[in-house]
Design a protein around this ligand. Structure first.
Ligand code: NAD
Length: 489
């Protein structure tokens, strides 16, 4: 066992869950247990919410100065940095991500974003802005204050556990909120490490509470009247439920949901680099990334060439347990996720698309939730596989004849999380990017989608609100206008 947690973290203490249930956490590459995690109930969630409420209403955290808050958050960042090797090992075993991914976007990058939030974003955020003196009875008589929103419920998905937890926790804590963090039941361990980090850093009791569990424990976070804001990352199916559940108490809801993002490859693109990005978004974390560009739209004149350039590196992929250094693609996160992907592959074939590469379980691996990297061609944008998220290593390639058609196909989606454009001509690329209905557009691979300041979130049914940087912190702040009379009578 790599990590064993038997207790929840509530009110600054490690406490037994109501029913004392502790479940094994399974390594998706080996199907072996690699840890233990407590399973919280609805009652446990209520205790955690009450602790967060008490810490907000009666504790020091919301009223600390920016410098004091920043100092504690920086101590948390340092504590995580010290434990980075342990977090990488845990992440590989818990998520099945390969080592380079585990070191970068699973741990190193979110920890650096957390540090940046404490070091730069919080100290420079305009928390008090004078009102324009042009109206009213006096001069300089008003101010706009940004205040912590209150108790924040943070619910995350399974694929990037530390990343998703920190993308919520950093801005929520920086804003002065108190929190209840609810990780995915598939990958809960990395969240519990954060309880130890909070203790080491001296975060006041009740500011971070951690409960695990699934829908039962989690839905309480969206209905309980003591919660003020819900930040949710997960599927659009559950996202809709969260929105509905939160409606009776009119909570603020931030939703980071799925995508079916288009990657537009123009006829003047650097095809070699574009092909690398297509391969990357197919195999990286076995395709389990919300913002991966999973619909490749390529100019018809270069379709065959791009297909060849993508197939070649896919043939060289080594599937297996990412604990081995030579493995370049790991498994899906769970047996049920693999079944979902396989069912969608079957639907694609039934609807007339052609599997150009992969499509099966690898014959040489009898353990682990593996599926071969897969390419679909002969796809029409109305097919199920062009509209639904695989959340697996499956890429679809579709041709287009001109830029207008590329934009039309790209935008013909219920989702709008991300998009990419590959073109040599920067004006053309910029023009296409402007027309795409998506919250995060990369041009010629720009930034890999991980700039700490670039607000991240979806158009359309990919969600509501933004994460990262000042925009991410903004979601956890209320706005108060305060005006006083200067010359009454
Ligand atoms: P999921 O929707 O199944 O679960 C997400 C979380 O919701 C889990 O913690 C789960 O326990 C909880 N939950 C389940 N039922 C609930 C309910 N009724 N009320 C409140 N919470 C409930 O998602 P998943 O399978 O863990 O993750 C995959 C999905 O997440 C994909 O669709 C992916 O695109 C999306 N995702 C989005 C982003 C983003 O930032 N936009 C990032 C990562 C993943």
């Amino acid at each position: 066992m790599i990590k064993e947690y038997r207790q929840l973290f509530i009110g600054g203490r490690w406490v037994d869950s109501e029913h004392g249930r502790v479940d094994p956490v399974i390594n998706p590459a080996t199907e072996d247990p690699i840890g233990l995690a407590p399973v919280g109930s609805r009652g446990d969630t209520i205790r955690a919410i009450e602790a967060a409420r008490d810490a907000f209403d009666n504790g020091p955290w919301p009223g600390l100065s920016v410098a004091e808050r920043s100092r504690i958050l920086l101590r948390m960042a340092s504590a995580m940095e010290k434990r980075i090797d342990e977090l990488v090992t845990l992440n590989i075993a818990e998520t099945g991500c390969t080592r380079p991914g585990a070191q970068s976007f699973q741990t190193g990058i979110p920890i650096s974003h957390f540090r940046d939030m404490a070091e730069r974003v919080l100290p420079t955020f305009p928390l008090q802005v004078p009102l324009s003196p042009s109206f009213g009875a006096g001069i300089g008589q008003g101010v706009v204050l940004r205040e912590p929103f209150g108790v924040a419920a943070l619910i995350s998905a399974y694929n990037f556990p530390l990343y998703l937890n920190l993308m919520k926790l950093g801005p929520a804590l920086a804003a002065g909120c108190t929190t209840v963090l609810k990780p995915s039941p598939t990958t809960p361990l990395e969240a519990f490490v954060l309880g130890e980090i909070a203790e080491d850093a001296g975060l006041p009791d009740g500011v971070l509470n951690i409960v695990s569990g699934d829908a039962d424990a989690s839905s309480e976070l969206t209905t309980n009247p003591l919660v003020d804001v819900v930040s949710f990352t997960g599927s659009d199916t559950v996202g809709r439920k969260v929105f509905e559940q939160a409606a009776p108490t009119l909570k603020k809801v931030v939703l980071e949901l799925g995508g079916k993002s288009a990657n537009v490859v123009c006829d003047d693109a650097d095809l070699r680099r574009a092909a690398q990005s297509v391969v990357r978004d197919t195999i990286l974390h076995a395709g389990q990334g919300c913002a991966f560009l999973t619909r490749t739209l390529v100019h018809r004149s270069r379709f065959d060439e791009l297909l060849r350039l993508v197939e070649e590196p896919l043939s060289a992929i080594t599937l297996g347990d990412p604990a081995s250094a030579d493995v370049t693609m790991g498994p899906l996160g769970s047996a049920s996720q693999r079944e979902r992907v396989e069912e969608l592959i079957r639907t694609g074939i039934d609807e007339g698309a052609t599997v150009a590469f992969g499509g099966r379980r690898p014959a040489h691996l009898d353990k682990g939730y593996f599926i071969e990297p897969t390419l679909f061609v002969d796809v029409d944008n109305s097919m199920t596989i062009a509209r639904r998220e695989f959340f697996g290593p499956v890429m679809i390639l579709m041709p287009f004849d001109d830029d207008d058609e590329a934009v039309q196909i790209a935008n013909d989606s219920e989702y709008g999380l991300a998009a990419g454009v590959w073109a040599h001509d920067p004006i053309r690329a910029h023009g296409i990017g402007r027309r795409l209905h998506a919250g995060y557009v990369t041009i010629n691979g720009g930034g890999g989608g991980l700039n700490p300041d670039g607000p991240f979130g979806g158009y359309k049914q990919s969600g509501l609100g933004r994460e990262r940087g000042a925009a991410g912190m903004d979601e956890f702040l209320q706005t108060k206008t305060m005006i006083w009379g200067v010359a009454s009578g």
